[in-house]
Design a protein around this ligand. Structure first.
Ligand code: ATP
Length: 764
């Protein structure tokens, strides 16, 4: 029942036989990577082989190396772990093992290998490539292979994908599986939080990470933990007990009822003595008298279906890996595919592995500053943010009196997951610097009609990191409701800066306030918009806080629907997705759930495309012979067409199916706003909010603090965090009538989604 590959023999002279291996510890998202590699390879006219059980399959050969067909990977996006197995293979560490592996590769005609694993697996892959010519020579010298058999196999192509839950690989911001694992951890800590609060207890939670504190630090920020132990920045050997006790008791004195400490399994002190969860528990009991329990999360951290982000990166990186195989020459170093912010990057695999190993070496040499510098810049920023939030009595962080500011925070538009985390982070940052933070309640109408402003203290926002919705209240009204009154209140409260958290309305609000500066001097203060909307349609950024929560809610919903469609066999669901006039959410979700077709407002829905999609459906059910178990989904953005409604599309499919299959509609509606915000939204909200405060501090120090660029939108574009003046964005980068950016950054995502679902002739 495989759809014909969209491009079955794009270039036969470059036809390759590509093997894919998953190796090391399993990680959620590995299956999506295998699916993407298999289908991208077939699409590009290559043969794809799954090597089972990691390098063991390569060493043993035979049935452990299996050519994969298009349908073999159907439904793999939602499966956890790795379906082609993984193993720690001692034989591959030995030359004789790699010799056998080389022979098996040639016997099967495989000349390229995509390895998805951690630094050990990628080290092995690189060694294999370096030794390849010698291995072939030995195989010929010992008559294991004939010279003609090795002809055309002189060079081995290797491409690395980083699949590892620890996020311990240098040269990439995120490894495949890390965010899924973080989600499991945060979910568990969120549960622990409730019981800790009820009994006013302390919990010490141990998480994975031998040489890398990424999971511990990010879980600490996302769950609002009090203290974290990570190997890159160990506390002093003699004073760590005093430090944690002073932080925890400061929090308790402020009125906090619970204490959560996250300990990474590789936690150490500055003399490299291990710090265990038991050590921390004993300390909290003996010194602070806290009723303390230990929770060791263990293998639950590895399990379960991949979150949206892992499905996305593994799919895009799997596709990119096949392109890298086809681009490679004997001279090019083996690449590793990684991601920086929102941009896929290729780095020489050897360099990435060498850098990664240097972290462990630096830690061993007690050169902790170097260990931190070898992690990506984001990691250091998160650590500073964590300290700013939690080390509330640290006088060294405070600014001199004359530099202290009064900063207002407002939420505008529909709620989005992470809005509260942004308010919390901004407030805590302000307090740690000696500033004061004020919440404007219920948006601009709250301010204009009621002057609703409340100063926030540390305890007010303490547990907001994990809360959905908007604690300070939000609505859609713009400042135009009463600019005069708004300016009056800005003057009355003497605000020195403003952070607006919200979606397209927040963006328009900033524009209105900026324009009104000529009339109202009180508005000539630094103002920054932090995009937060599930639609991800704010110009100036490729990521809005809340969009990841929405995607995860949608992916979970679609997985359930797909299962139902699969159980009833011949049923296709047409799912109506939010996003206003931006097709981002529909496209991204389509890629994560393997939708058969995605309809977006940018492209609209044409009769001819609908006809092709119905024909495609008919053919795939006709070829199916009953074994096609995976359900089919079509995602339609709510504003894709005024004529072809979700119901109409389902009706057309049903009519054209002539009883051979059925079509139903599904509408997740407000479920898409999500419940508890995803860890990624909580983290990015925290990081960006801290950056907004830093922006306000630095713009305040300028003489021209009413200049156009002091009213800005913070965003992530490509590999960077950027600030773009609102005036520039409105004039040059916005389709105001369609409420979306002019540039669509996700076109490539649509193409890959269509290719991997086998949708022929998609009008993209
Ligand atoms: P994780 O981050 O989950 O631990 P990993 O890839 O680092 O993943 P390892 O157990 O270190 O996990 O490596 C997986 C496999 O890769 C090993 O069992 C071995 O087969 C191979 N391998 C690792 N290091 C080397 C090496 N130096 N030389 C040859 N093969 C290696």
């Amino acid at each position: 029942s495989a759809p014909a590959p969209a491009d079955p023999s794009s270039d036969s002279t470059r036809r390759k036989k590509i093997g894919i291996i998953t190796s090391g510890g399993d990680a959620p998202g590995m299956n999506s990577a295998v699916r993407a590699v298999v289908r991208a390879a077939i699409h590009k006219g290559c043969d794809a082989f799954a090597i089972y059980e990691g390098y063991e399959g390569l060493v043993q050969g035979g049935h452990m190396m299996k050519q994969m067909k298009w349908e073999d990977v159907r439904g793999w996006l939602s499966e956890g772990g790795t379906l082609i197995g993984t193993a720690r293979c001692a034989a591959f560490r030995e030359r004789w093992g790699r010799l056998k592996a080389a022979k098996n590769m040639i016997v099967n005609g495989i000349d390229a290998l995509i390895v998805c694993g951690g630094d050990g697996s990628l080290t092995g892959a690189d060694l294999f490539r370096a030794e390849w010519p010698d291995l072939l020579k030995e195989l010929v010298d010992t008559n294991e292979l004939t010279p003609s058999q090795i002809e055309g196999y002189e060079h081995l192509t290797i491409v690395g994908l980083v699949g590892s839950i620890d996020n311990d690989m240098s040269s990439t911001d995120a490894t495949i599986g890390a965010y899924s694992s973080l989600s499991r951890i945060c979910q568990s800590v969120d549960f622990i939080d409730a019981t800790a609060y009820s009994h006013s207890r302390a919990f010490v939670v141990e998480v994975m990470g031998r040489h890398c504190g990424w999971l511990a630090l990010m879980a600490g920020i996302a769950t609002g933990a009090d203290y974290v132990f990570i190997p890159e920045q160990p506390p002093s050997a003699t004073g760590w007990g005093d430090e944690i006790c002073s932080v925890v008791s400061a929090h308790r004195k402020k009125g906090k009822r619970k204490t959560v400490v996250i300990v990474c399994e590789g936690a150490i002190d500055s003399d490299l003595n291990p710090i265990s969860a038991v050590d921390v528990k004993d300390l909290l009991v003996d010194r602070l008298g806290l009723d303390t329990r230990i929770t060791t999360l263990g293998h639950v951290q590895r399990g379960g279906s991949a979150v949206a982000f892992d499905r996305l990166i593994s799919t895009l990186q799997g596709y990119e890996a096949v392109e890298a195989v086809l681009d490679s020459t004997p001279e090019t170093p083996s690449p590793m595919i990684g991601i920086h912010e929102n941009k896929l990057v290729r780095t020489p695999l050897v360099d990435a592995v060498a850098l990664t190993k240097q972290v462990a070496t630096a830690i061993k040499a007690r050169d902790f500053n170097r260990a931190m510098s070898l992690r990506d810049a984001e990691f250091a920023e998160y650590l500073l943010a964590f300290k700013a939030i939690n080390h509330i009595d640290d006088e060294s962080l405070k600014l001199p009196e004359d530099k202290r500011l009064k900063i207002a925070i407002i939420n505008v538009g529909a709620p989005a997951g992470g809005m509260n985390a942004a308010t919390r982070a901004a407030t805590c940052y302000c307090l740690s610097r000696g500033h004061r933070a004020f919440a404007i309640h219920n948006g601009f109408t709250g301010l204009a009609r009621h002057g609703s402003v409340k100063e926030l203290n540390w305890l007010d926002v303490e547990n907001w990191a994990i809360r959905g919705g908007s604690e300070i209240g939000t609505n859609r009204n713009l400042p135009e409701v009463d600019l005069g009154m708004i300016a009056y209140y800005f003057q009355k409260f003497e605000f020195d800066g403003l952070m607006i958290v919200g979606g397209f309305e927040a963006f328009l609000s900033l524009s209105q306030l900026e324009q009104a500066r000529s009339l109202y001097p009180a508005l000539r203060i630094p103002m920054v918009c932090l995009p937060a909307t599930i639609s991800n349609n704010v110009p100036g950024t490729e990521y809005s806080v809340g969009s990841d929560t929405c995607l995860n809610a949608l992916v979970d919903y679609c997985d359930v629907i797909k299962q139902s469609a699969s159980a009833t066999r011949r049923r296709v669901f047409v799912v109506e997705v939010q996003g206003g006039k931006s097709g981002y959410v529909a496209t991204y979700a389509g890629l994560c759930v393997g939708a058969l077709a995605v309809y977006t407002p940018e492209r609209g829905i044409s009769l001819s495309q609908l006809e092709k999609d119905v024909k495609f459906l008919r053919e795939s059910y006709a070829n199916d012979q009953g074994q096609n178990r995976a359900g089919k989904l079509i995602l339609r953005n709510e504003k894709s067409s005024n004529v072809f409604s979700t119901e109409l599309i389902a009706d057309v499919i049903r009519e054209e199916a002539k009883g051979r299959f059925d079509a139903r509609t599904a509408n997740p509606g407000h479920v898409q706003q999500g419940g508890i915000p995803s860890p990624m939204d909580r983290l990015r909200a925290t990081r960006l909010a801290v950056k907004c405060m830093e922006f306000i501090e630095s713009a305040q120090a300028r003489d021209d603090r009413g200049a156009p660029d002091t009213a800005t939108v913070i965003g992530i574009t490509g590999a960077s965090v950027v600030y773009t003046g609102i005036r520039h964005l409105v004039e040059h980068e916005t389709e105001v009538e369609n409420r979306r950016p002019r540039r669509t950054f996700w076109t490539r995502m649509s193409k890959i989604s269509a290719i991997l679902s086998g949708r022929p002739d998609a009008e993209l």
